[in-house]
Ligand binder design. Structure first.
Ligand SMILES: Cc1cc2nc3c(=O)[nH]c(=O)nc-3n(C[C@H](O)[C@H](O)[C@H](O)COP(=O)(O)O)c2cc1C
Length: 177
């Protein structure tokens, strides 16, 4: 049931030493490759990072909020080719990244999205620029996010949804706040 899966999925930032199996990684990526993209243009590319030293370096791609990547067993960089989808690359990447988060949760793995936009590396360059150097990417590519994945070393309560009555409007006369 999808409802059970979305209740189970939480951002997990602490991981055990256990390896994510190649089968699980393949399943996560296969699920991401089912994600819809505008006009079916498929601008999304995935970079798999499994080397411990690279993960450590990657965890410093921005000053805050990405340190959890150092203890993840692997990270996936969700990247788009802006030549293929200049207007919808962010939407396409975000849907694929969401599929990855749900796929990881379904496999009882932990995962968290680390955002790239507007972030800076400690050297002062943008996180985007740092990641272009880190992955040796051409200018046309855009890194949407880095997702750290591993076996969870923390437990979180079920996801509590936002209030239906405050967020859903069924009548045109309802006032959207
Ligand atoms: C677009 C987006 C960007 C996020 N960026 C970060 C981030 O840079 N670092 C981080 O630790 N968590 C990040 N998160 C995770 C959110 O903090 C998390 O989803 C939110 O607090 C709700 O918690 P939950 O995922 O457990 O439901 C991001 C999530 C989204 C959807």
């Amino acid at each position: 049931m999808l409802l059970e899966l979305v209740e189970k999925r939480r951002s997990i930032r602490k991981f055990t030493e256990e390896k994510v199996s190649d089968e699980d990684l393949k399943e996560i990526l296969t699920i991401a490759l089912h994600a819809p993209t505008a006009k079916n243009r498929n601008p999304v590319r995935y970079i798999v990072i499994r080397d411990k030293k690279r993960l450590e370096e990657l965890s410093n791609f921005k000053k805050n909020s990405a340190k959890f990547i150092a203890s993840a067993d692997l990270a996936l960089a969700v990247v788009t080719d802006t030549d293929i989808a200049p207007n919808t690359n962010h939407q396409d990447a975000s849907i694929a990244a969401t599929f990855i988060l749900l796929a990881a949760a379904d496999l009882d793995l932990g995962a968290t999205w680390a955002n790239v936009v507007d972030a800076r590396h400690e050297s002062g360059i943008s996180a985007q620029e740092f990641l272009h150097k880190f992955f040796d990417l051409e200018d046309k590519f855009d890194v949407e996010c880095i997702i750290g994945i591993g076996h969870p070393a923390e437990e979180k309560s079920e996801k509590v949804p936002f209030e239906y009555s405050e967020n859903v409007f069924e009548d045109l006369n309802d006032k959207v706040k």
